[in-house]
Design a protein around this ligand. Structure first.
Ligand code: APR
Ligand code: ZN
Length: 362
């Protein structure tokens, strides 16, 4: 058993507080990972507030990178290996895995439902999305680790684990945007800014970014946006003016609200594609009338984890990073300590900044 420091959320709606937890020794097929950095994602906020389902008390955090410090044997990882954590580990055996959709693996959420460590009072604590990376150390299954080469700066690589696999993956794997196609990206947080960069890699044009927060515009342009718009009732008209009067070939929604999902659908052309990445509340309903669906002949698709297979896509993304096509550092708007998660949640709630990155003292 090992003690670690972790940001613990005791119940839905409560703020995270740093506490000591006790981790079990890794069992067969498991490893203990010492975190180097963890990004704070909007999904962590949604889990903490009860918008997405979570069992409490919990240690959240699912966008982490670190080093293996202990193994349970029986596996291929070794002490010292540098790894990225995967919050939807694929079993490689279920129907979805065998049909090329590992991001929909039926076992992807299994570990999140089981307690993984203990609080000081002996209470059992659950790992957010199975990863629990808001902690100095965590214990995960080997298949929740993606080995990355030693030369990759782990601090920035953490962001690949959710924001980039999800955002860039939505554009490259799910929407399969082609060079010259027009695209609108809604929401310029870590996920949306990654989608923008994915659109730039795909050669999309124009690349239109939409966010109510005016201070996102400069960064959005730097990462590939040709136009930056604020949400308004005129948005459809503005997008049509930039896309030959038709509307966009693609929209990528990275907010997770019914109004932005609806807007993403509405700004696409007849026959266009709206890809929904954002995850919102069950109670927030999107409506369509019975004429428009056939009339506009659009496709509306949901997208989990950027339709990514991290084992295949992380090496590709690292190539984009090395070639200067994918800027990870630009996504980081603040470096914080483990005690800064509550503040990072407040920033996400206010739409301030991009990613807050917890950097551990290693
Ligand atoms: N139109 C466009 N953008 C909006 C709107 C709107 N009406 N309302 C809010 N936004 C912007 C915010 O200003 C913010 O910049 O959406 C962005 C959301 O960014 P983050 O809160 O940083 O969220 P992120 O971590 O990027 O996740 C986005 O993807 O994986 C899911 O659960 C996650 O639903 C969340 C989404
Ligand atoms: Zn995330």
């Amino acid at each position: 058993m090992t003690d670690a420091r972790a940001a613990v959320v005791r119940a839905a709606g409560e703020e995270p507080r740093v506490e000591t937890i006790t981790l079990p020794d890794p069992g067969p097929g498991q490893v203990r990972v010492r975190l180097v950095a963890t990004g704070v994602c909007h999904s962590d906020l949604s889990l903490a507030r009860g918008t997405l389902a979570q069992v409490f008390p919990a240690v959240l955090g699912h966008e982490g990178a670190g080093r293996v410090v202990a193994t349970g044997g029986d596996g291929s990882l070794h002490e010292g290996d540098t790894v990225l954590l995967n919050w939807a580990p694929a079993c490689r055996e279920c129907w979805f895995c065998l049909h090329g959709e590992p991001y929909l693996c039926v076992h992807a959420s299994d570990t999140a439902a089981q307690p993984y460590a203990q609080l000081a009072d002996g209470a059992q604590v659950f790992p957010g999305l199975g990863v629990a990376a808001f902690a100095t150390e965590t214990v995960v299954a080997e298949n929740a680790c993606i080995r990355i080469p030693d030369d990759v700066p782990l601090e920035q690589a953490a962001l690949l684990g959710c924001a980039v696999l999800t955002g860039a993956g939505a554009v490259l794997n799910a929407a399969r945007v082609s060079a010259g196609e027009s695209i609108v990206v809604f929401g310029l947080g870590g996920v949306g800014l990654s989608a923008l960069q994915g659109a730039r890699i795909a050669g999309a044009a124009p690349i239109i970014a939409v966010d109510p927060s005016p201070d996102k515009a400069e960064l959005a342009r730097r990462l590939g946006a040709t136009d930056v718009l604020e949400p308004s009732p005129d948005l459809g008209k503005q997008v049509r003016a930039l896309t030959g009067g038709r509307g966009a070939d693609h929209a990528i929604e990275c907010v997770g609200r019914s109004d932005t999902i609806r807007a993403a659908w509405s700004v696409t052309r007849r026959g266009g594609h709206a890809t929904i990445v954002g995850m919102g509340a069950k109670t927030d309903t999107v409506t369509f009338n019975a004429l428009e669906i056939a009339h506009f002949a659009r496709t509306l698709s949901g997208c989990m984890y950027g339709a990514s297979d991290p084992a295949r896509d992380v090496p590709l993304l690292l190539e984009h990073v090395r070639a200067g096509r994918l800027d990870l550092e630009a996504l980081v708007s603040a470096r914080i300590g483990l005690d800064g998660v509550a503040g990072a949640f407040a920033d996400l709630e206010a739409g301030r900044g991009a990613r807050s990155l917890i950097v551990f003292d290693t």
